[in-house]
Design a binder for this molecule. Structure first.
Ligand code: PGA
Length: 247
């Protein structure tokens, strides 16, 4: 399983950030799961360089900019230089701040151009009765991958994150059976974009109120290859419990 810890802007205390990294490194020595940490940009700059452990680092977003006179922008290339190897793209919290499908597609291309593995977030606002909960992820995936080469498409990790389940508690997360259905559907969408049977190798994550109380069941019956987890990863004890539940 791949566990991606999205710290969002929760961790603004550097001592805490270092403690969380030590916890992840300690866990990685005995866990068979792969771990990716996504601190804020400045903290990646302080934590990722020189990292020799098996844990990897992800940018929480990358700029559309490729550099130049653009005050405040942090480009994919800058993250790559620091040692990030993944980039979360199109998170719903970024989409809410203006990232349209076409911006998301361009950001994917920027990340790939600098060797970052993109984690493309998709998901609907509500689980309606008219099937929009399927068509929204389909449209988001298709528009994001369409402009990429087949080789690039096969590198993209999909994180299915329904907005109605983000930032709540385990009881509000998706049920494992419903997740399994959507994961199958997403693989079908990917099969239309990738040659032969290669979509069966695509990595699909789930995110939205994953906690120690539901991660095991979602892993067993949800059909996913891992998780993109927010609030439950920014406390060392809860994070340790999450990882233990998967071993
Ligand atoms: P959450 O966030 O685990 O706090 O629900 C997940 C995410 O937004 O990536």
């Amino acid at each position: 399983m791949l566990i991606v810890a999205n710290w969002k802007a929760y961790v603004d205390d550097f001592t805490k950030a270092k403690r969380l990294v030590s916890t992840a490194k300690r866990l990685s020595r005995t866990s068979k799961n792969s771990m990716v940490l996504a601190p804020s940009g400045p903290f990646i700059g302080a934590l990722a360089p020189g990292n020799k452990s098996t844990i990897a680092f992800a940018a929480q977003d990358v700029s559309l900019s490729t550099g130049g006179a653009q005050t405040g922008e942090v480009t994919a290339g800058m993250y790559a230089v620091l040692g990030a190897t993944y980039a979360i793209i199109g998170h719903s919290e970024r989409r809410a701040l203006g990232d349209t499908d076409s911006i998301v597609a361009e950001k994917l291309a920027r990340a790939l151009a600098h060797g970052l593995t993109p984690i493309l977030c998709v998901g609907e606002h509500e689980r309606d009765g008219e099937g929009r909960y399927l068509s929204i992820p389909r449209e988001q995936i298709t528009s994001a991958l369409r402009m990429l080469t087949v080789k690039e498409r096969s590198k993209v990790i999909i994180a299915y994150e329904p907005l109605w389940a983000i930032g709540k508690s385990a009881i509000d997360a998706i049920r494992p059976n419903d997740l399994a259905e959507i994961v199958l559907y997403i693989r079908k969408v990917l099969a239309e974009l990738l040659p032969g049977k290669s979509s069966s190798r695509s990595i699909i994550l789930y995110g939205g109120s994953v906690e120690p109380g539901n991660i095991r069941e979602l892993a067993r019956n949800g059909g996913v290859n891992g998780f993109l987890i927010g609030h439950a990863t920014v406390d060392s004890e809860t994070f340790t419990e999450l990882v233990k539940q998967l071993s």
